[in-house]
Design a protein around this ligand. Structure first.
Ligand code: NDP
Length: 273
């Protein structure tokens, strides 16, 4: 019996939880898979060579993480609508004819976490996105698909928020001039890495049902702590998004849809142990 082979390409990659997550999924499907971490030098040539090598040797699918998501987008033979909108690929699927299809499951992962894990109905909600980088770009279309009342995007470099606002027909604002009321506030900045919270008016958290940080860590992030302190009803980090985007990738590769809640719980337990 040949064991199906998958990998995640990144740099750095040693920290990646993807192998562990996909082994949980394989257990649910009652199959054996091989899922490795692939550290690749940060050049387009090295990335292309690593992809070629992996798929020529029988690899069936791959995840792609920083800093290669845009390179994967450029390299893929075909692209899903999600990948086109996001301008980035986090999942590569080898097709029957050997070509590579690129998809992006990050946004669907976030939406699945919000709507399934946290049972949040996004319909008619007022949503605020902080940050306008790759992750923010990838989550807008899947959020819009749930027909929120409106989406506002704010970013440190205002021009980037304005550009995304124009592309997706949503509102743009600056951090400090934000006003109004938001049901869901999503932190898609990378500030959490250094415990930096975007300087938005704290009263915005008072009416907020969910303050969600895409970043995840052992303990509540500075953004989650600030949100809770100023009245957010619920806070969450991006561990669930990570598991849910992986589940969507697994489904694309294998046609089997893993259950995510138990995997999120298992990872959380290991993280705080
Ligand atoms: P990018 O580098 O593409 O974008 C970073 C964004 O953060 C930019 O909008 C940048 O603003 C902003 N930013 C950086 N530092 C600060 C700061 N100190 N204060 C305010 N804004 C800041 O990163 P990604 O979009 O790829 O990732 C964003 C976050 O999402 C990361 O924390 C990442 O770990 C997380 N993520 C989580 C995933 C998950 O599965 N849970 C999946 C993907 C990402 P500017 O434009 O002004 O530079």
């Amino acid at each position: 019996m040949t064991i199906a082979r998958y990998t995640v390409f990144g740099n750095p990659i040693a920290h990646s939880k993807s192998p562990q997550i996909h082994q949980y999924f394989a257990q649910q499907e009652h199959v054996q898979i091989q899922y490795t971490r692939s550290l690749v030098a940060h050049t387009p040539e090295a990335f292309q060579a690593a992809l070629k090598d992996f798929f020529e040797q029988g690899g069936q699918g791959a995840n792609v993480t920083l800093p290669f998501k845009v390179m994967a987008y450029e390299y893929a033979d075909q692209l899903s609508e999600q990948a086109c909108t996001a301008g980035a690929v986090n999942t590569l699927i080898r097709q029957q004819d050997g070509t590579l299809r690129g998809d992006n499951t990050d946004g669907i992962g976030l939406v699945h976490d919000l709507t399934h894990t946290y049972q949040l109905n996004l319909n008619n909600k007022r949503i605020l996105i902080l940050g306008a980088g790759g992750a923010a770009r990838g989550i807008i279309a899947p959020l819009l698909a749930h027909q929120p009342n409106n989406i506002t995007i704010a970013n440190r470099s205002h021009a980037k928020a304005q550009q995304l606002a124009q592309q997706f027909n949503i509102h743009a604002a600056t951090f400090t001039k934000l006003s109004g009321s938001f049901d869901v506030i999503i932190n898609a900045t990378s500030g959490s890495l250094n415990a930096e919270v975007p300087p938005i008016p704290h009263q915005l958290f008072a009416n907020c049902q969910m303050a969600y940080d895409l970043f995840y860590a052992r303990h509540a992030t500075a953004f989650m702590q600030t949100a809770a302190q100023y009245g957010a009803a619920q806070t969450a980090d991006g561990l669930g998004m990570l598991v849910c985007q992986a589940a969507q990738a697994y489904t694309l590769w294998r046609g089997f849809q893993p259950e995510t809640a138990s995997v999120i719980a298992a990872l959380r337990k290991e993280m705080i142990a």
